[in-house]
Design a protein around this ligand. Structure first.
Ligand SMILES: Nc1ncnc2c1ncn2[C@@H]1O[C@H](COP(=O)(O)OP(=O)(O)OP(=O)(O)O)[C@@H](O)[C@H]1O
Length: 358
């Protein structure tokens, strides 16, 4: 006798929900997945009716599912949002050029306006050129700092009120662990915030900063992969060719091991991060404005301007702190894989790739 769905008790269960381990049918999975995100959006009051919202669209599974779900919820619950896709072209041949083709197809599929902003036009440096200069080591520092600012600049060009990104619960729990292990109290305090108004969550001058939020804050990566698979969404699943972010790799492997024993570990770590409070009197960095470009900065110059100056002066190591160092690809302890259970079998997928094998 087929097992019935733990939620509706009517249809046949076809998947095990990664977050709760319930056996459920496909319609109930869509319903709980979308409804939890709707609840996150409304309980955190992320948007106002009439808001223009840019979805940070990389073509990957998270932002593709985000575009799909946000469009669905916007229509279903009449949020009254005007949605845009905003893509940053970092200039990584064989990776971003391919994923941007996916975003262009998503633009047609979801009928949303698309804006692409490139590092080349903003900084006169592509990541291909930066990697030639700095090598694989440390390149993620440049890419991350430039992308944060590029998203902000793109959002200003689109004149949107808000940016949303596809950061999911796993990403946030990993970040909590990383900040804890590094003893980075300032970031630990703000990395669980669902909405931020500036770089790394700091508050900056309002005219410079576009508010940013993470509607997938409580959404498990495994469920995002399942949703994309069952809905047959068109997404790009190759890992970045320059992404040797070893430290996050260790945190990720640890988190996946914990999740395998106890699925609630991801949410528990986020809740622990949310409850974290810094003792009164602990010195925290203060935010000001970059003297050169006007973007928010905790020093005289913002991080992007310091890195750019290093590149332009032929001193690419300028501005790279010890904690910002990354290792080479060989140092990554585990590939970015996701194990999901459909029916009776478990499958390991890389970045949510071979879901077609299920
Ligand atoms: N090049 C980009 N252009 C626009 N938004 C981006 C870009 N890269 C990342 N983002 C945004 O930041 C989020 C987290 O990015 P990250 O690099 O961690 O990718 P990811 O976890 O693989 O997500 P995705 O599956 O959407 O690529 C993405 O979901 C997306 O919203």
């Amino acid at each position: 006798m087929p097992r019935l769905c733990d939620i509706c008790r009517t249809d046949r269960a076809v998947l095990k929900r990664p977050k709760t381990l319930q056996s459920i049918c496909r319609p109930c999975f869509y319903y709980v997945f979308e409804t939890e995100i709707h609840h996150t959006i409304t309980s955190s009051r992320l948007f106002q009716p009439g808001d223009r919202v840019a979805i940070g669209a990389s073509g990957g599974k998270d932002s593709t599912v985000l575009a799909h779900v946000l469009k669905t919820l916007n229509e279903r619950h009449r949020y009254g949002l005007e949605l845009f896709l905003l893509s940053i072209d970092e200039g990584i041949t064989g990776y971003r050029d391919d994923s941007l083709e996916t975003v262009k197809r998503n633009q047609q599929q979801y009928d949303l306006p698309l804006k692409i902003v490139s590092y080349e036009e903003l900084y006169r440096w592509s990541m291909d050129a930066i990697v030639k200069e700095v090598g694989l080591k440390n390149n993620c520092t440049f890419c991350g700092v430039f992308r944060r600012q590029a998203l902000d600049r793109g959002a200003q060009m689109l004149r949107v009120d808000h940016i949303v990104t596809g950061h999911n619960a796993d990403d946030i729990a990993e970040t909590v662990l990383m900040n804890l292990l590094r003893g980075d109290v300032a970031r630990l305090q703000r990395c669980t915030e669902i909405a931020t108004t500036g770089e790394d969550g700091a508050t900056g001058p309002e005219d410079r900063i576009v508010p940013r939020s993470k509607p997938f804050k409580y959404t498990y990566e495994k469920e995002i992969v399942m949703y994309a698979y069952f809905k047959k969404l068109d997404y790009f699943s190759t890992e970045c060719i320059y992404s040797p972010n070893a430290y996050r790799g260790y945190a990720r492997t640890f988190l996946k091991d914990l999740e395998a024993i106890r699925p609630s570990a991801i949410i528990d770590i986020i809740h622990a991060g949310e409850a974290f409070q810094v003792r009164h009197g602990v010195k925290m960095p203060t935010q000001g404005t970059c003297e050169r470009c006007g973007y928010i900065a905790s020093n005289r110059l913002c991080k992007a301007c310091v890195l750019l100056e290093g590149l332009n002066r032929g001193l690419p190591r300028l501005g790279i702190s010890r904690t910002g160092q990354h290792r080479t690809a060989e140092d990554i302890p585990a590939a970015k894989t996701v194990t999901v259970t459909v029916g009776d079998s478990s499958e390991v997928v890389r970045g949510g790739t071979n879901v077609a094998d299920w």
